[in-house]
Design a protein around this ligand. Structure first.
Ligand SMILES: Nc1ncnc2c1ncn2[C@@H]1O[C@H](COP(=O)(O)OP(=O)(O)OP(=O)(O)O)[C@@H](O)[C@H]1O
Length: 214
């Protein structure tokens, strides 16, 4: 397998983020200057600044995730649409994408599946109450290898908010391997991914293609 870092050229995205951050800095500076004006209400401005931050975060996380995954699977689109749908329905999910490190020695293997990754199969596997919905789905290249896998939990104490076991399992596997683990929270619908012991939010953005994006 190729290294994802060789595949991705981060510089155009970084340039574009720098430009957006400069614009945002200018905007915040202007807001500070107008703050002392009588009768000036900043609420609208704060809302717009928050939206700009979210847009920057959203674009960056989509870019990184795509870079990390695309050398190892052609199914980024299927994965992204599935997690958005699971998120909207508040169906909890844990999806492991294997990269260079073999995962079977690290995880407790569940039920073999051996089918091509499709949006409908992924969403069905996490349908609440169905026999395979608990645990993690393992994806290798373009195949769903297995479901109901048990991942090692992270024992590192995370700063608040306290994380439940689904999120700790995602972080735990990412501490021991180079896998990328997508998590959909059943409680909040929030989507995140774990990589190298960190959990990163994926901020949804309404796009025409309905793809996962920051
Ligand atoms: N070690 C593990 N390996 C794989 N899946 C796990 C593991 N631990 C928990 N899970 C999954 O997470 C579910 C429980 O999630 P829990 O509510 O404890 O965590 P959470 O991080 O708060 O997630 P959510 O935000 O979805 O509620 C279990 O039913 C199971 O499907």
């Amino acid at each position: 397998m190729l290294s994802p870092y060789k595949e991705c050229d981060f510089s155009p995205m970084k340039e574009s983020l720098k430009e957006d951050m400069r614009l945002l800095t200018g905007r915040i500076q202007k807001s500070i200057e107008t703050l002392d004006q009588d009768n000036y209400c900043m609420l609208k401005e704060i809302e717009q600044i928050k939206e700009s931050f979210l847009s920057i975060e959203s674009r960056a996380s989509t870019f990184y995730l795509n870079c990390y995954l695309s050398p190892f699977t052609d199914k980024y689109t299927e994965l992204s649409i599935s997690v958005q749908n699971l998120s909207r329905r508040r169906h909890g999910a844990l999806i492991v994408i294997e990269r260079s490190d073999a995962l079977e020695p690290i995880i407790q293997t569940g039920i073999p599946i051996g089918a091509e990754v499709t949006q409908s199969l992924l969403e069905s596997l996490f349908y609440p109450g169905t026999p395979l919905h608990d645990g993690a789905v393992l994806i290798r290249y373009n195949q769903i290898v297995s479901a109901k896998n048990i991942l090692p939990l992270s024992h590192i104490i995370q700063p608040e908010p306290k994380l439940g076991t689904r999120h700790r399992a995602a972080i735990g596997l990412s501490e021991l391997s180079d896998a990328i683990i997508l998590v959909v929270s059943e409680e909040t619908g929030k989507v995140s991914f774990a990589s190298k012991g960190n959990l990163y939010p994926i901020v949804p953005q309404q796009t025409a293609s309905n793809q996962m994006s920051v």
